[in-house]
Every structure is written in structure tokens, then in C-alpha cells.
Design a protein around this ligand. Structure first.
Ligand code: AMP
Length: 166
């Protein structure tokens, strides 16, 4: 029997690429990778190791109160606190208490929880009077720039945000 071959597209994204420009996006799509029999293909991170996920889940320690944080919201499902290394005048992290390592791990059972994180983001944005707007960021795994292995939303505001993100 002939085994099926799965073809998929690779998006080589450089910092100068503007992914809002669909023609650039289409030009950059290359059907250059073939996944056969679950063999691994080269990672898009090859030659681009800028950040690695930490082995230790610091956020779990914050939930357990074994390390301190400037907590601004807590309920049964989540915690929100100031980022220790803020990238904007307002930089809040919103994390579920449930241990979810990456966005890639979420399941249908997490639907309500993820909606809740967003509602908490809106509540915080209103409390902090971020009426001009804000940006929510969710980094997933190494290529997405994730460093802490516990799903989290970044709520950033207080300065204009440029696009594309780095
Ligand atoms: P990411 O790179 O998307 O995983 O984001 C992790 C964020 O956690 C970074 O913005 C860090 O500055 C932040 N961070 C790391 N350790 C702490 C900590 N102990 N308290 C608050 N924020 C932290």
C-alpha cells in the first residue's frame, strides 16, 4: 500500500516581511517541505535561536506564592500581575491557574477559561483607563518568543504599538 505523503507550506518570515501584505505572504509561501511517515523536517528555528523556554515554571511559583509578584487581580481561575521587565508603561501578565504549558496545548475544555482570561484583560484595561487602546500578546513556544512555560497573555499599553512585532 502506498503511504500517504502530507505536504505543507512553510512561511519563511523575516523581520522585514510585512505579513499584512498578502502578495508578499503569497510570494513567501514555498512548498518546500514534505512530511513523510512523521519524519521531522528542519525547524523554522534553525539559525534563529533568540529565545528558549525556561525549564522552570516561574509563574507556578507566583501562583503558589513562593516568589513575589505585584498581583493586581486574582480569582478562582486566573491571576494577573505586573511584568518584572515591562516592555511598555503598562505591561500586565494574565495567567490561568491551570497548568497549560503552551497555547498549542489548549483543548475544547479550555474554551471557557480562555474567554475568561480575555474578560479579565478587558476588566483590567478599564480599571487602568486604557481608553486609547492596548495590545494583547500570546507567545507560543520558541519560535513565538515564549520564555516561561506557562500560558500567559501580555496586556501592553501606554505607548503606540508598531507593526510588525519583532
Ligand atoms: P514570554 O516571553 O511570552 O514567555 O513572557 C514571559 C514574561 O514573563 C516576560 O515578559 C518576563 O519579563 C516575565 N517574567 C519573567 N519572570 C517574571 C516574574 N518573576 N515576575 C513577573 N514577570 C516575569
Amino acid at each position: 500500500m502506498v503511504k500517504p505523503t502530507i505536504r505543507f507550506k512553510v512561511f519563511p518570515v523575516s523581520k522585514k516581511d510585512n505579513l499584512h501584505n498578502s502578495s508578499i505572504l503569497e510570494d513567501s509561501i514555498k512548498e518546500d517541505s514534505v512530511l513523510e511517515d512523521n519524519k521531522l523536517v528542519p525547524s523554522i528555528l534553525d539559525g534563529f535561536k533568540e529565545k528558549n523556554m525556561l525549564a522552570v515554571n516561574i509563574f507556578k511559583k507566583i501562583i503558589e506564592r513562593t516568589i513575589p509578584a505585584k498581583i493586581i487581580h486574582e480569582d478562582e481561575q486566573c491571576l494577573a500581575f505586573h511584568d518584572v521587565n515591562p516592555q511598555a508603561p503598562v505591561h500586565i501578565l494574565i495567567i490561568p491557574k491551570k497548568e497549560i504549558v503552551t497555547h498549542d496545548e489548549i483543548t475544547e475544555g479550555d474554551e471557557q477559561l480562555l474567554g475568561h482570561l480575555h474578560l479579565v484583560a478587558v476588566k483590567i484595561a478599564r480599571e487602568l483607563q486604557l481608553f486609547d487602546g492596548y495590545r494583547l500578546v500570546l507567545n507560543c513556544k520558541d519560535a513565538g518568543g515564549q520564555s516561561v512555560p506557562h500560558l500567559h497573555l501580555h496586556l501592553l499599553s501606554g505607548r503606540p504599538m508598531s507593526w510588525p512585532p519583532g
